[in-house]
Design a protein around this ligand. Structure first.
Ligand code: ASP
Length: 343
């Protein structure tokens, strides 16, 4: 059985090549993908390409771009077996996390990838990333069901659950990592899928639902020794601010001093949601472990467990955009909606 895949190019380093005459970087034409990579014809997939207009460096991505991308996938959902999204690496984990929350009942692969070196440069990592992402997006079992029916991110020999990833290096070709959840697949000579880690579906026919509203009254406050009460209060009193991701130390710890606790307590009393995420890349928030975490739990700070900062902030923006009732938002924050945390 052949699979049909839609490649969506949004921008970023992967979409560049060297002009043979001048040596400068020029855009790579993905619509001529079979001419650029004739070997793609050997995969059992039919490819079509759509290029976002305009293509952007991913540092310029805003939530409205997530909506455009998700809607493009929704419009084409029935026509293709899988989707490959080519995206700049800088904010790829944010976009991919956001999409994981936006899609309800997703039953087809949406594989994000990109590259550290432009695809048209000799030593590129983009060629392998692209080809393997296509193969993964088209992979299915004997019954024709996709092997990876979730939003994933493929980079340098590993397929990750997208909302578990973080960009960890501006230099290494293994730019992405998932610190708290093992890879969904490892790629060497063969692609080894770890089925028990991949989302399993009971039904493939549920209609896809796409949430398209994101709240922008959310911010991130990162703790550091030297943060003052004045700065903390100034941030918490930003007009209209409704939710904060608090980047704490270690297992979710923070100063126990009253100057720190009281402004948070007052903000929570005003209805603000405070979500606790650790600054550590690996490991989880456990607010009952130390007194420094317990104080936060006592005043009503919500645990983000082992979520990445990218998943935390996009989940909060998605929930706040979808529900007016903060109690519902808090309840949903405590649930793993798309496998974004482990408890
Ligand atoms: N600045 C680029 C981007 O994120 C970097 C990349 O694609 O790797 O769009």
């Amino acid at each position: 059985m052949r699979s049909s895949i839609l490649i969506i190019y949004t921008g970023g380093t992967i979409g560049m090549k060297t002009d043979p005459d001048t040596g400068t970087l020029i855009p790579f034409d993905f619509s001529a993908i079979y001419e650029e990579f004739p070997s793609l014809k050997r995969l059992k997939v039919d490819l079509e390409v759509q290029t976002m207009n305009p293509v952007i460096d991913s540092s310029n991505v805003q939530p409205h771009h997530w909506v455009t991308l998700a809607e493009l996938i929704r419009e084409n959902y029935d026509r293709y077996d899988g989707f490959v999204v080519l995206h700049g690496t800088d904010t790829m984990s944010y976009t991919a996390s956001a999409l994981s929350f936006m899609f309800e009942n997703l039953a087809k692969p949406v594989v994000f990838t990109g590259s550290q070196i432009p695809i048209g440069v000799l030593r590129t990592d983009g060629r392998e990333n692209l080809i393997t992402a296509i193969e993964i997006a088209g992979a299915h079992d004997e019954a024709g069901h996709p092997l990876v029916p979730e939003v994933s991110l493929y980079f340098q020999n590993h397929l990750y659950r997208a909302n578990r990833t973080t960009k960890r290096s501006a230099e290494a070709l293994s730019a992405f990592y998932s610190y708290n959840y093992p890879p969904l697949a490892d790629v060497g000579v063969n692609i080894t899928y770890h089925h028990r880690l991949i989302r399993q579906l009971e039904h493939y026919q549920e209609p896809l639902r796409v949430a398209t509203r994101f709240a922008d009254d959310v911010c991130i406050i990162k703790l550091f020794p030297g943060l003052t009460e004045e700065t903390l209060r100034a941030m918490l009193s930003i007009e209209g601010l409704k939710a904060v991701v608090l980047e704490t130390y270690g297992a979710g710890n923070a100063p126990t001093a009253e100057w720190f606790i009281r402004p948070l307590e007052e903000a929570i009393a005003r209805g603000m949601i405070i979500l606790n995420i650790t600054q550590c890349k690996g490991g989880a928030v456990a607010m009952d472990l130390y007194e420094t975490g317990l104080r936060l739990q006592q005043i009503g700070v919500v645990s983000g467990y082992d979520m990445t900062i990218e998943a935390a902030v996009t989940k909060l923006m998605y929930l706040m955009g979808s529900y007016d009732d903060t109690e519902i938002v808090k309840k949903q924050l405590k649930e793993s909606l798309r496998g974004e945390f482990t408890r």
